[in-house]
Design a binder for this molecule. Sequence first.
Ligand code: GLV
Length: 329
Amino acid sequence: MKPIVYVTRRIPDQGLALVLEHCQAEVWPEETPPPRNVLLEKVRACDGLLSLLTDKVDAELMDAAPRLRVVSNMAVGFDNIDVPAATERGILVGNTPEVLTDTTADFAFALLMAAARRIGEAIDYVRAGRWKTWGPMLLMGHDVHGATLGLIGLGRIGSGVARRAQGFNMRVLYHDVVRRQDLEQQLDITYTDIDTLLAESDFVSLHTPLTPETRHIINADALRKMKPTAVLVNTARGPLVDSQALYAALRDGVIGYAALDVTDPEPIPLDHPLLTLPNCLIVPHIASASVATRGKMAELAARNLIAGLKGELLPTHLNPAALERRRAP
Ligand code: GLV
């Protein structure tokens, strides 16, 4: 008998084929996530769950799933999962780091450049039929080369952005809870406290996980410390930024621009004030969305799921301690 698993959305075939080969799988077929009541019902009989960042996997869900042995999240971030609750219950949890690092760092840099050079506004300008001639002061932005970049969070993706910044001859500052002296020379980056980073950076890019400590790390106070021309880039998690404070700061010229791949709430409602601002560029959480990388994420998520079902350590595990308490098939 194959183990029973639920896959909360259709994922790329590299992963789905593996899941279907090893498991008796049901896949939620819609574009939007399964509603909570559906998910709670579906996990009742499941040995494994392949989840996405849009699925809340908390103690209530785990308690509704007495056979659940593994939760494999197809994302590097796992703030949607209560990992300590899973560990207590002997449920293994995995995520998909590494495979998306460069793709996400590419995209953070793309957003940084798009904001600096006002590419979104320029596209709208042309499409609105407003391009009458070459203009000596038309859509002037700010240079990326030679500017100062401040990275909040220097994990894999933050380091990847620092590496790209070298090619643009940028001065790179970083702040993290752990100082990474080992990387400072290699990446030509300087550790600073957060206030110095905010005050000196032309671009501030967020690369920290969402935790109670990092929620609203960019609030009204932090925004006031930034340069009036500064660009804020967020490819990490929406709630790192206080959206209301960001709106006021962009509207009042406290900072210059924001480029957001993630928002709070997500998706951003069409009547959200941030969408009324010309100096705010918003895209729908697609930083890791290259064909190759989404395939690798799906495959890794499938491998984590299958390993967990066999009671093995997951290739990219978040709570190996759960192995000692693992549930019998
Ligand atoms: C995407 O946001 C991820 O965490 O992989």
